[in-house]
Design a protein around this ligand. Structure first.
Ligand code: SF4
Length: 327
């Protein structure tokens, strides 16, 4: 569990401290660590971890490929099921998905580190460069439109391009990536990984992205229907829900997603203003992301206010532990 530098009674954090706080929260496994960790897997026949993975990655297969030194094959196994396997390895709450049901939990007290192994294999393939690992089918002549360049839209675009279709993705924001670029705590997606992953994905060819396009504003569904063979809408969740209470629009009151985006887009994190005393309203992972990042930026006191008890919070235990371990 990472312990961040925090503001003390006598001094706020320096710009260097803040930059350190936003370093990668999970240092990657090295080659030897990955082999040892892969060796803990029992390669279950009816692997419960596969069913717990929302994208049904063949987890025992990719772990076995790591164990046998076939990192390229391992990455191919992961990316065949989920082209954004690199981002998911960093951001998925694996502790309540694949790792929660890992049988090694019961025999050794801790699950196989599936997320870290997944990252090890995918990072290897991306760092290696060279030809894109998937090839396009012969061109179909179909043109598809995608609204939204977030994880769903880009995954769809990649699979459609593989099948030989040409795809145009329309995105409102200046950068592609959606949630991965704008909506996750910066220490979960460090070193501009969201953009690295998008560039990797676009390497397949046949996908173009147009920015500054907002459905219902300068982009019409009727036009898309007329000009394309099919339209896939993956516009995302948009902004956070307001509380509808007095004072909601006062200075210093921000939606959690806006605040997280401010931190993500800031090259110098110390330029993001944060007060001494911060209250975050909510009990989910996004609330924890906002609360922990406020602390990382130098807030002295951060309070999480939630209308129900701890048992009803949707934030995972790992996220709660991260928050409490850092004051
Ligand atoms: S449940 Fe655990 S031990 Fe079994 S295949 Fe999945 S990762 Fe390996």
């Amino acid at each position: 569990m990472k312990h961040f530098k925090i503001t003390t009674e006598n001094s706020r954090l320096s710009a260097r401290d803040i930059a350190d706080n936003f370093d990668d929260i999970h240092p990657p496994l090295d080659g030897a660590q990955a082999i040892v960790e892969a060796g803990r897997c029992l390669y279950c026949y009816d692997a419960p971890c596969i069913n717990a993975c929302p994208t049904r990655i063949d987890i025992p297969k990719f772990i076995h490929q790591i164990r046998s030194g076939n990192l390229d094959g391992s990455a191919q196994t992961i990316l065949s099921a989920n082209i954004m396997g690199g981002a998911c390895a960093r951001a998925c709450p694996t502790e309540v998905l694949c790792e929660e049901v890992c049988v090694v939990h019961h025999t050794e007290g801790a699950p196989v580190k599936i997320g870290e192994l997944q990252r090890h294999a995918v990072d290897h393939l991306m760092a290696k460069g060279g030809a894109h690992p998937f090839v396009r089918a012969p061109l179909s002549g179909c043109k598809l439109a995608v609204v939204g360049a977030g994880p769903a839209g880009l995954s769809f675009a990649h699979r459609a391009a593989m099948l030989g279709h040409d795809v145009v993705v329309y995105e409102a924001k200046p950068k592609p990536g959606g949630l991965n670029e704008y909506g996750l705590a910066a220490y979960k997606m460090a070193n501009d990984f969201a953009q690295t992953e998008v560039e990797f994905l676009l390497d397949i060819g046949g996908i173009s992205i147009e920015h500054g396009k907002v459905l219902g504003d300068n982009l019409s569904l009727d036009d898309l229907r007329t000009n394309y063979d099919a339209v896939f809408i993956s516009a995302g969740l948009g902004s956070a829900r307001g509380l509808g209470v007095d004072g909601e629009n006062l200075a210093g009151v921000r939606g959690a997603l806006e605040f997280i985006e401010d931190v993500r887009v800031a090259k110098d994190k110390s330029s993001v203003p944060v007060g001494d005393n911060v209250v975050v309203i909510g009990g989910g992972n996004t609330a924890i992301d906002a609360a922990v990042q406020a602390k990382c930026l130098g807030a002295r006191n951060v309070t999480l206010a939630y209308r129900r008890g701890p048992d009803a919070m949707t934030a995972t235990q790992w996220e709660r532990d991260l928050a409490t371990a850092n004051g």
